[in-house]
Structures are given as structure tokens and as C-alpha cells.
Design a protein around this ligand. Structure first.
Ligand SMILES: NC(=O)c1ccc[n+]([C@@H]2O[C@H](COP(=O)([O-])OP(=O)(O)OC[C@H]3O[C@@H](n4cnc5c(N)ncnc54)[C@H](OP(=O)(O)O)[C@@H]3O)[C@@H](O)[C@H]2O)c1
Length: 264
């Protein structure tokens, strides 16, 4: 009997060096945590968000650690997503990893959720993920094969799994939609593109600032792992999904929440 193949060394198994990675909303919060992880791991990262100053600041900060460029884009409309894909394609002939992270929330008493607030949240959180993925598909499939698929990583939320405490109806509905959209796209885009979702628990960000200021300690205490998330927790799961190690996962919703949604 011949020897089994030699195990792949971890430096190769988890490598994302040289990959082209797009992170939407990569200018702050969770997107910046993920973008930073990829830059430090030797990937070439493109961050995108609406504000030119935020893009400039994120690029300047991340470029200290590796390769990072930025594109100003509003991904809440189909045209915005198409323009963004055009700008990415002007400088790159392929994209290996797309992280659909840009998102918005809205919380108010039940009777104060008007159409405009529903549209704002769903247009970005759900349609934005869909249109950005479709617009970037030619670049995602350009070099991809069944053996080495390109990767889409959607950022959902534990609020799409469990019922949140706050009155954020459009947000929780949008994140449940992101999870199902992930599964639907995963089936459609196999075998050359994997599509998975990460469902974060609480992480420090502008979106979470008010909640963490008021309830941070209680939230950390309520987590089975007794803390809120750290940048490495988010970068680590994204790097895993983007590397050789994550090539056989698709359609998965992965909670990264210290056990908050999964162990209660
Ligand atoms: N933080 C948490 O605890 C937590 C938990 C679960 C899930 N999440 C999810 O994680 C993702 C990131 O959240 P975060 O907490 O880091 O939020 P954040 O601090 O508010 O960051 C949102 C990012 O998205 C960008 N963005 C907003 N609207 C955009 C648009 N129309 N087009 C393009 N970019 C846009 C923002 O930049 P500009 O303002 O410059 O556009 C910013 O870079 C979201 O999908 C959120 O739902 C967060």
C-alpha cells in the first residue's frame, strides 16, 4: 500500500497571500477588522465605502501593513454596485474573495418603522449583497475552478438567527434574508464560487457604539465565552473561509458570537 499524501503544512493550508480581496464597508468596524487581517496575511485588499475621507484614511492606515487600495462606492443601488465592479475591473483581471460586509441598521418603536427606514436597511443589507455579488461575478469566476473556487463571504448577524432585544425589525429581517440568500447563491454558483455567511455577535463599531456603551458589560457577561468579539476573531474566520482550508464549505452560516445565539 502506498503512503497517504503528505499533510499540507498550516502555512500553506491557511494562506491567502497574493489573493485579491474586496471588502465592502472595509473602512471601519468589522469590515476594517477583516480587511486588516487580509492585508497582514499578504493579500491585496480593496476596501469600499461611500465617504472618500473614510476610504482614504483606511487605505493610509492599512498600507502600513501591506497592500491596500480603496474605491468610493454606494452599494445600496444596482447602479452603484455595477459602477463599483467597473472600477474594480479597471485595475484587476480577477477577484478571489468578495466580503459583502457593508450594512446599516435602524431601531425604533414598532409604530415608527416607516417605508423609508425599511428601504434604507433592505436596499443595502439585502439588495446590496445581491447586486454586488452579481456585478463582480465575471471577476470572481475569471480564474476560479472547482478545485480552487473563488469565495464570497456575506456578513449576516446573530440577529438573523435569534430574536434581538432591541426593536430593529428591518435589520433582523434583513440579516435572516442574507443567510437564506447565502444558501441560495451557494447552490447556484457552485462549483466555481463558494458562498458562506458569518453571523457575528457583538463587536465594537460605530453601529454598535451606543448599544455597547449602555449594555456592553451585560452583553459580555451574558456570552458563554464572557466577552465581546475582537478583531482577530473576525479576521480569523474570514481568512479560514478564503484559504485552502475553507475550500469545501459552501452555504454555511457560521456564528462568531462567543456562544450567545448558539448556546442559549
Ligand atoms: N458590530 C457588530 O456587533 C455587528 C454584529 C452583527 C453583524 N454586524 C454586521 O457587520 C457589518 C459591519 O457592521 P459594523 O458594525 O462594522 O458597522 P459600521 O461601523 O456602521 O460600518 C459600516 C461600514 O459600511 C459602510 N457603508 C455604509 N453604507 C454603505 C453604502 N451604502 N455603500 C457602501 N458602504 C457603506 C460604512 O462606510 P461609509 O459610511 O463611508 O459608507 C462603513 O465602512 C454589517 O453588515 C453589520 O450588520 C455587525
Amino acid at each position: 500500500m502506498s503512503d497517504p499524501p503528505a499533510p499540507t503544512p498550516p502555512a500553506e493550508l491557511f494562506s491567502v497571500a497574493g489573493k485579491t480581496v474586496v471588502v465592502t464597508g472595509g473602512t471601519r468596524g468589522i469590515g476594517l477588522m477583516i480587511a486588516g487581517g487580509f492585508v497582514a496575511a499578504g493579500a491585496s485588499v480593496i476596501v469600499a465605502s461611500r465617504k472618500a475621507e473614510a476610504v482614504e484614511a483606511a487605505v493610509a492606515s492599512l498600507s502600513q501593513y501591506g497592500a491596500c487600495t480603496g474605491i468610493v462606492a454606494d452599494l445600496s443601488t444596482e447602479e452603484g454596485a455595477q459602477r463599483f465592479a467597473g472600477a474594480v475591473g479597471a485595475d484587476h483581471d480577477r477577484v478571489d474573495v468578495l466580503v459583502n460586509n457593508a450594512g446599516a441598521t435602524w431601531g425604533a418603536p414598532l409604530t415608527e418603522h416607516d417605508t423609508a427606514s425599511w428601504d434604507r436597511v433592505l436596499n443595502l443589507n439585502v439588495q446590496g449583497v445581491f447586486h454586488t455579488t452579481v456585478a463582480l461575478l465575471p471577476l470572481l469566476t475569471a480564474g476560479a475552478t472547482a478545485g480552487e473556487p473563488s469565495r464570497v463571504i456575506n456578513i449576516g448577524s446573530i440577529d438573523g438567527i435569534q430574536v434581538p432585544i432591541l426593536e430593529s425589525y428591518s435589520y433582523s429581517a434583513s440579516k435572516a434574508a442574507v443567510h437564506q440568500l447565502t444558501r441560495h447563491l451557494a447552490k447556484r454558483l457552485a462549483p466555481t464560487v463558494t458562498v458562506n455567511a458569518v453571523a457575528p455577535g457583538p463587536f465594537e463599531s460605530k453601529m454598535m457604539a451606543a448599544t455597547l456603551e449602555s449594555f456592553g458589560e451585560q452583553i459580555a457577561e451574558s456570552a458563554p465565552l464572557k466577552r465581546i468579539g475582537r478583531p482577530d476573531d473576525m479576521a480569523g474566520v474570514a481568512i479560514f473561509l478564503a484559504s485552502r482550508a475553507g475550500a469545501y464549505l459552501t452555504g454555511a452560516i457560521i456564528p462568531v458570537d462567543g456562544g450567545i445565539a448558539t448556546l442559549h
